[in-house]
Every structure is written in structure tokens, then in C-alpha cells.
Design a protein around this ligand. Sequence first.
Ligand code: JFZ
Length: 494
Amino acid sequence: MQNSVKRSVRQSVFLRAVVATLLIVVTVAAAFRFKAAGQQPNQQPNQPSNQQATPTPRPAITMVSPEDAAREMNNPRSKWFREAKYGLFIHWGLYAIPAGTWKGQQIPGIGEWIMNRAKVPVKEYEQLAAQFNPVKFNAEEWAQMAQDAGMKYLTITSKHHDGFAMFKSEASKYNIFDATPFKRDPLKELQAACAKRGIKLCFYYSQAQDWHEPNGAGNTWDFGPDDQKDFDQYLRNKALPQVREILTQYGQLGMIWFDTPRLMNEQRAEQFTKMVRELQPDCLINGRLGGKGDYRSTGDNRIPDQVVPGVWEVPATINDTWGYKSYDDHWKQPADIVFKLVDIASKGGNYLLNVGPTAEGVIPQPSQDILRKVGQWLKVNGEAVYGAGPTPFGQEFGKLSETQKDQRGQPVFEQAKEWRVTTKPGRLYIHLFTWPKEFALEGLKGKVTKAYLLADSKALKFSQSDGKLVVQLPDKAPGELASVIRLDVSGVNP
Ligand code: JFZ
């Protein structure tokens, strides 16, 4: 509600009065409810400060039928992806040159949208290509960083909405090989560097929005409204031929990550699906093509509140932009990223975390340092993440507020952040984000035969009776970031 309140306040004094009245009503009502429940208004457990704002109305993820969830889970094509859990997203293109500033003006919003947000005419934006010379680009270093970070796949923008291809393309000369002084194909170089390290290479491709093309979706400032365009002409002449190129010239791809399916329909999506299946039957299709994909994405940076069945991924920023912005230093810290990675894994999803390299071809040092810290944690605790399944519990996620409602009148979810659980057959992994004297767990089926911290492998004392397990912990946590207890459980699969 805070955001909408902010907006309203700007809009008019009248609205301000309405909002103030509403707030008073809500506060009074809330106080009554607290009283009825015998609580004080400030007794809200586990409410981290960054969760105060009411969630935006869009849902975290599209729910699917149990049949579709099972189809996703049983798809042999997605096996590597379901196990990988953690990938590196890279948004890199001409937008790294302006880096968030156009003609001396800082342009609000995500960096890769600068052409759209500043309504830069194609003729002007195109000129960036002549300056694009990322001589510090080193595919080996990028792939090595992904590996050090513990990321199992790498998804890079082969073409974003600005229409500029980051690979050598016959279908359009508006590409990094033909239109820049760089004259190299970074995707080709990444193919080799990723293959060497067993990292799955995946390409983002903006199939619908293409602000460079008169018939592509999105550029209304040069080319007028989308509904008057010959969108199929654009698909035929650029998008489909370029997707064919990326499918045929870079070896086996892990997936193509399509995005923002404006103007797409089933029949248009089908042309892409058919091409991917014919040329690379093992290549995954993400959920933003405009038809049914192999798995689903949440909204950007949106983590669901509970376990979500099926195969899904949270695309997320490490600061507040995808494409590089010189003045965005709002970095998520390693502890936060570890929490989000575990939180997502414990709900059954993947985490695709983004970096935005500079126009010189460098991944900003702060993001490298942060990701490597998380990578060190994964070296010790990766067994509890890679290939791990979701929690059999759920009480650890928090609960619906009895008092706070969002804009739609739905109760706000109060997230708890003390612990999370991931699973493997015969094993439970308890990730602790605070350090209690002992850890107690209710509702555990099966008999615990062994308990120890992944960090030091020393056996922990525990007792189990009436479905309640209590594990004794040493005085100090073994590491700076989350500590993981491994429980070996016999009898039933946890
Ligand atoms: C899209 C792009 O427009 C953006 O530039 C970036 O590449 C991002 C990863 O994807 O933005 C979206 C797309 C979908 C949602 C939100 C932002 N969504 O479904 O909530």
C-alpha cells in the first residue's frame, strides 16, 4: 500500500484526505482485532523491515494444474535444470554505454530499457554501436566467475528489446560482429569457456519486442502503434532466422529464454517451439514465449510464499537493474542471496541471478565479490542445494497476518526467516539463519539416525519423541552465513 499511497499523495490533496481517513479506519480496526486476539499491536514476529511494504497485486507465479506440474516434473529435458537450482543471468548490450544516463539526464528504471524510457529514436540509438568496443571482455573470466559462484548455468542476452544482436548474425547486420569496432562474437567465446567448465549455456532472446525494427513490438515513438504493424513480417525476417542462428551455431544450448510475449499468440509461439524442438530437442523453452514452455518464471524478483509444484525459476537482480547502470550501488548482500537461494530451493524453484557487465566488458567488481562469497558458502553447503527438493513442512515460511491486508483486501503474508528445509531421499537439510541453543522440529515422520553440521561434520546430540525432534547446537555457528544441519532419516522419505 505504501507505494500506492505515495502516488496518490502526489496526485491530489483530495486523495490525500481520503487516504488519511482510510488509514485511520484501518488502524482503529487493526487495534480492535489485536485486542480481540489478546495481543499488542507491535508483537509481530519475524517481520523483516524489507517486507513491510504490501506486495504488489501481481501474483508471484502462475499456478498450474496438478497435471501440468507433473508434466513439468517428469520432463526428462528439464532434469539438469531441476537439479541445477542456481544460474547466472547476464544482461549485456549497447545500453551498457549510456549506463542509465541519456544526454546528461539520469533515466529512471531498469538500464536496458533506456532507449524506451528516454524515447531515443532508432537513428540516434544505433550510433552507440560504432562506439561499442568492450576490449576487456574475457569469456574465460566470466565463466570462471560463474563457476566460483557455484552457478550451474549461464543465461545471456543474445538480443534484448533494443534489437541489437550480441552475436554474429546474417539475418541482421545490427550485431556486435558487423556493426562495432569490436568485431568479435562474445557468445562464441562464451560457448567454449562454458563447455570447458560444464556450465550450461543458455540464450535470452527477445522474440517480440524489437525497438529497432519497424514491425517489431514496442517502438511506438518511431514506428507508431503496435496494432498497425506487420508483426509476422518481423518474425519471418528477423526473430525466427536469428533464433535459428543461435540454435545452430553455438552447440548444445541449455535453453532459450524468451521474454515479454507482446503480440504473440499460440500460432506464432508454435513456430518458435517447432524450430527449437526440431533443431535441438533437448533445449528447454522458458515460460515467456507466449505458449506453453517447459517451466515457468515468477515475476522478476518475486519469490512465492509457499511451496509451488512443478518446475519454475525466479529471475532476479543483484541490485535494482538488469543492464548496467553506473549509479546503481544497491547491492544485495551475500547473506540475503544465500537466504533467497535456499528459500527458493525449499519451495521447489530455481534462482537466476543477474549481473550487468559494463561497456568495457567487465562484470562490476562488487557483484563479483558478492557472488564469490555465496560460492564459498555453496562449496561447504552445496549438497543441501543442488539436486535438493522442497520442504515437507511449511510452517517455517511464516503465516498470513491476522490484521494486515493488501490492496486487494487479502491478508498480508508475514514471512519468517529463521530456518528453511531442503530434502534428498533419506535426508533433511535444516538451514539455520539465526543461531539458537537448540533446534526443535515438530511433525517429523521417520526416525533420525544421525545429525551433523555440513560445515564441520561433527555429530550433534539430539532426542526424538512424540514426533518432536530436538537437536543440541554448539555455542557458536560454524560460519558467517547460514549453517546447515544434515539429518539422516530412516523409515519414511522425509
Ligand atoms: C523483462 C524485460 O523487459 C526486462 O528488461 C528484463 O530482461 C527482465 C528479465 O524481463 O521484464 C519483465 C518481464 C516479466 C515480468 C516482469 C518484468 N513479470 O512477469 O512480472
